[in-house]
Design a protein around this ligand. Structure first.
Ligand code: KIV
Length: 290
């Protein structure tokens, strides 16, 4: 049975002290896939806060501090408006709340695309200020030189191809990718280029199953799918989507809970208790010591 750890905020250490204390490593994740086969699928979820990281960490191999936090936490309409400061604050919180998973932080739009040097400066700041193990960048062939530049300088990179939400303005929406032969060939080329540049894992988002299958077979690193079928080496979902926090979710999401409903019920019961003056009760009230 897995243990849920709590964070001792005085020391930023987990309680009870986890055994083994060491985190999974980037090479260990990369090594999950050998000769094209991944015996143990890579389990990844997004996390944005220390407490959520504590709860997810015992069950995951990787925690992704996704720029989806723009929509999920900040109520933004796209990830394009997410800032580096947001990513660093939430990345550091997730590292503090986890002990086992490899923590990966998304580089936000506009902080890495201009040049390899810009990407290196951003990624180095992210790793230094959060303690995360790796960064994730959206983009295909055009980004391969940047990925190679970072990897050669000791920065582990997760690639992200297919549906790339930071490019929503160029793509015109969030529909599944790779339906035409030309688009599928382009995405397969992107995946090959990013893997050849040294990415240790590749997120493939929103692509049709035959393309996901081709990508999985074509690249040596684990392919982590989101809306990319079961043909991948692992899966990732946005935590709030899979917990049922939103009424509308993409078709590929499975809701493993109805947290929105349960929160709403709890808030209604609280409001009722306050209005009926039945909260706080005796057990929740401080009395002078006798
Ligand atoms: O930002 C994010 O949460 C992501 C996942 C959708 C993979 O990039």
């Amino acid at each position: 049975m897995s243990t849920t750890y709590t964070l001792d905020t005085a020391t930023s250490r987990a309680h009870p002290v986890p055994e083994p204390v060491r985190r999974l490593t980037v090479p260990a994740i990369a090594a999950r896939k050998a000769a094209g086969v991944t015996a143990e699928p890579v389990v990844m979820l997004t996390a944005y806060t220390a407490r959520m990281a504590q709860l997810l960490d015992p069950h995951c191999d990787m925690l992704l501090v996704g720029d989806s936090l723009g929509q999920v936490i900040y109520g933004l309409d796209t990830t394009v408006k997410v800032t580096l400061e947001m990513m660093i604050a939430h990345g550091a919180a997730v590292v503090r709340g986890s002990y086992r998973s490899v923590v990966v932080v998304d580089l936000p739009f506009g902080t890495y695309e201009a040049s390899p040097e810009q990407a290196f400066a951003t990624a180095a700041r992210v790793l230094r200020e959060t303690g995360a193990a790796a960064v994730k960048m959206e983009g295909g062939e055009v980004l391969a030189q940047t990925v190679a530049f970072l990897v050669a300088r000791g920065i582990p990179v997760v690639g992200h191809v297919g549906l790339t939400p930071q490019a929503v303005n160029a793509l015109g929406g969030y529909g599944a990718r790779g339906r035409s032969e030309a688009e599928a060939a382009k995405i397969l080329g992107d995946a090959r280029a990013i893997a050849a540049a040294g990415a240790f894992a590749l997120v493939v988002e929103g692509v049709v199953e035959p393309l996901a299958r081709e990508i999985q077979a074509a690249v040596p690193c684990p392919v982590i799918g989101i809306g990319a079928s079961a043909a991948c080496d692992g899966q990732v979902l946005v935590i709030d989507d899979m917990l049922g926090m939103f009424e509308r979710v993409p078709r590929f999401v499975r809701r493993f809970d109805d947290l929105a409903g349960r929160i709403s019920d709890a808030a209604a019961r609280y409001a009722e208790a306050v209005r009926a003056r039945s909260f706080p009760g005796d057990a929740e009230t401080y009395r002078p010591k006798p």
